[in-house]
Design a protein around this ligand. Structure first.
Ligand code: HEM
Length: 507
């Protein structure tokens, strides 16, 4: 480095100063974005912008957005502008604005703002991530796979996994405290692996290869984090360098399994009532199509959707079950009511928990709904503005490409909508009371056209998992459980130290 003055040390110093100045000027200019548009914003800092939880997590992103929601509401503001590094992020906190984004003016906010590199990583081009017309096409193709009639067909499969879990627990020594989340993750991994990949995974006594993949997805490396930050903040640059971000091990595993199972079923004329079959039924013989076009689906699309059903379906449901069981252990009067309901419904249906019987477990459903309020597995929703949008009753224009965050956890703990919000009170969701819940203040499954497509399946498997535990065991909070509960920094709400319960067999 002897190009400027001939003194290498001085030149290096000069280069460093120039680089730092350029960097600071670039940031300062980017940070003027919300000021120039008249949107209130908290002072951002270099390099992370307004959010500290990306690389130096002190709390989860869900908690950080909830805190921002609270502060913004306390100031009487309708919205706030943030920065993720230098990229602007718009956060509406006024429920009318939330409604506008999710429902009324949805056509301005069809996309999720999730990085997709369809060419190099087709497995990432799934329903959760893609936007625009391709999303519309895929959504309408897959909606029939989630009807009540389809759920009823899959019901038996989930019940079989419930039976397998029951047998596994019967064999276990449950004198010691039980890490409830672990058991329920095994349960949902098995149900989704069976329904979305057509595999027999009901054996709880042997390691399940899907569990290994689930672990790899959670245990991200530094490289994964850096790729994630580039993809989130600089998607155009990421596309230019053809960045891929799903670990190769995961891609290969899911692709191999789906392709093998589809081929096996096609060659042997096997028809099974599951998600995979719904997709095989949609598959044309035309080979590879342009993604999302036409009426049939390609093998790559099937792989991508099976993958997302696994990612979006297993941990969300396992988390819901775990927190419901924790709250029922903590609130024994609610637990007794749930068990009493089991007895009444089983009496009505000759001792068999049929699909119809399960749907009549209304108090259990109230408990699940209240759990989803207190611990929404997806603590914030994302959208991307797809064309300039003027915020009603203001001069503010949200520009195409700007990302939006809806702080779900913030809304769920807002005392204006849910009084005594810390309290676990399933009666908020009784037939009479749930009418009073304002649209878009309760969003565990999202809202509008991008509402969770797997909601029915999620609720069904959550009810079944809880049924199989509570019918056999009385549960209480273990002394091993760290109280009061503190959440970790994970995206999905998890308790620090785990959720530990004591099990007592019901004779
Ligand atoms: C208790 C369980 C579940 C919860 C709390 C949950 C929650 C959510 C939420 C919040 C969204 C985003 C909605 C939005 O942006 O407005 C979503 C989307 C989605 N979920 Fe779920 N989910 C659950 C279970 C499932 C299951 C079991 C499956 C699949 C079998 C699934 C598949 C999906 C898919 C594919 C999307 C993307 C839909 C789209 O953008 O069109 N989810 N889910």
């Amino acid at each position: 480095m002897t190009v400027i003055t001939g003194d290498s040390l001085f030149d290096s110093f000069l280069a460093l100063v120039t680089f730092t100045l350029t960097f600071v000027v670039y940031y300062k200019r980017a940070f003027r974005y919300w000021k120039n548009r008249g949107v209130p914003f908290p002072k951002p800092t270099i390099p992370w912008g307004s959010l500290q939880s990306y690389f130096t997590p002190k709390m989860s992103m869900g908690d950080e957005f909830a805190a921002i929601y609270r502060e913004t509401r306390e100031k009487g503001l309708k919205h706030v502008g943030l920065f993720t590094m230098t990229s602007p992020l718009y956060v509406p906190v006024d429920v009318e604005l939330v409604k506008q984004v999710l429902i009324k003016d949805f056509h301005y906010f069809t996309d999720k703002g999730i990085y997709v590199n369809e060419k190099d990583e087709p497995i990432g081009a799934h329903l959760f991530a893609i936007g625009g017309q391709k999303w519309r096409n895929l959504r309408s193709k897959f909606t029939p796979s989630f009807t009540s009639a389809k759920m009823k067909k899959m019901y038996k499969t989930v019940i079989n996994v419930g039976n397998a879990m029951e047998m596994h627990l019967n064999k276990k020594n449950l004198q010691d405290p039980v890490d409830i989340r672990q058991i329920l993750c095994d349960f949902t991994i098995s149900t989704i692996a069976t329904c979305a990949f057509g595999l027999k995974c009901g054996d709880f006594d042997r390691p399940n290869p899907f569990a290994g993949m689930a672990k790899r997805m959670v245990n991200r490396t530094i490289i994964d984090d850096v790729k994630f930050a580039i993809a989130v903040n600089y998607p155009n640059f990421a596309k230019a360098i053809r960045l891929t971000w799903i670990p190769a091990l995961i891609k290969d595993f899911f692709t191999r399994i789906v392709e093998k199972t589809v081929r096996y079923r096609e060659e042997n004329g096997i028809v099974v009532p599951d998600f995979l079959q719904s997709m095989i039924d949609l598959k044309g013989d035309r080979g590879r199509e342009v993604l999302g076009d036409g009426n049939s689906v390609t093998m790559e699309e099937i792989v991508a959707q099976s993958f997302v059903f696994f990612v979006a379906g297993y941990e969300t449901s396992a988390t819901t079950m775990s927190w419901t069981l924790f709250e029922l252990a903590h609130n024994p009067e609610c637990q007794d009511r749930v068990r009493e309901e089991f007895t009444n419904i089983l009496d009505k249906y000759n001792g068999e928990m049929t699909y119809e019987a399960l749907n009549e477990l209304v108090y259990l459903r109230q408990c699940i709904d209240e759990t989803l309020r207190k611990y929404p597995p997806v603590p914030y929703l994302t959208r991307e503005c797809v064309r300039d949008y003027k915020v009603p009753e203001t001069e503010v224009v949200i520009e195409e490409g700007v990302k939006i965050v809806i702080p779900v956890r913030g809304l769920h703990y807002d005392e204006e909508y849910f009084s005594d919000a810390e309290k676990y009170d399933p009666d908020r969701f009784s037939e009479r009371n749930k009418e009073k819940i304002k649209l878009c203040t309760y969003l565990p499954f999202g809202e509008g056209p991008r509402l969770c497509i797997g909601k029915r399946f999620g609720i069904m498997q959550t009810k079944i998992g809880i049924f199989y535990i509570l019918k056999n065991y009385r549960i209480s909070v273990s002394r091993k459980m760290k109280m009061p509960v503190k959440l970790t920094t994970a995206f999905i709400p998890q308790a620090e130290g785990g959720l530990w319960l004591d099990f007592e067999k019901i004779k």
